[in-house]
Design a binder for this molecule. Sequence first.
Ligand code: AVJ
Length: 322
Amino acid sequence: AIINANRVVPLSGEDFRGQFERDVLAGLSASQKTLPCKYLYDETGSKLFEAICELDDYYLTRTEAKIFARSLQDMAVTLGDSVILIEPGAGNCEKAEPLLEAMDNPRAYFPLDISPEILLAAQHRIRHRLPDLEIVPVIGDFTSGDAWSRLPVSNARKVIFFPGSTIGNFAPEQARDLLERFAENLDSGDGLLLGADLVKDSVILERAYHDSNHITEAFNKNLLTRINSELNGDFNTDAFAHRAFYHSLRQRVEMHLVSLVEQHVSVSGRHFSFTEGETIHTENSHKYTLPGLQTLLRDTGFSPEKYWTDDKQHYAICYAHV
Ligand code: AVJ
């Protein structure tokens, strides 16, 4: 039987604010100013990201969904029967739901996320569609070992489900650390189903992150608005411009906020100056080649077994086992 070890104490509001403040002040003090991309997702930011996913210019979500729709049965067979599906950063769990429905007798679903509200709502919804499935939401940050140590213990076969090109937000070394952490939490024969965005024409990449509807611009600038309201900042969002470009050597799209003028900003009582043209680096979205993806998986203890792509090879979903 599965032991429900989900006696979870989520981060208190105080701890979260303290961490946010430390990260922001440290980031703005660096010579290349930077802000961690995870802070883009407050309530407004999450809504803006959902709007991004609907954009014609943002091909990622649509392409991944198409691959899933086309190959769901094949994926379900590859994953095997009586499997526990573990999803780090599950959010609303909308990608796992059809997969769980296609899978043969899934044993359980463990969605892992920092937001309890969204997980509990998803649990409710999935329980309705799959009444026999055991669902154990685990609240925590999937990059920390603490969250993983709170996963229920079971000897059933496990598959980690990591779609959405979330891996792209991790620099190569961090991506290896993360996949090593995944591997540590798996046993021989267990698997990983990973979604990753592929290297492609830079025009297509840049359009995805600098969309003609200016939603990505709003998403990027919302980080400044969030700092203003939560950390007593005085950023003038009109004095910054959204910039996104593909860095082909680093194989990543970088998102920045460019100061349009020389200016001074205060956050939590600390002062920061910007020269005209100086940027705050707010996000990296790393892109992979299929061989690069295989190398990443092999280097971290996985054996790539199968992958699915769209006709244009814009995006890949890969199954690997340990
Ligand atoms: C959620 C990390 C996959 O990098 O494409 C979208 C976030 N940033 N537009 C990505 C994002 C700007 C997205 N990921």
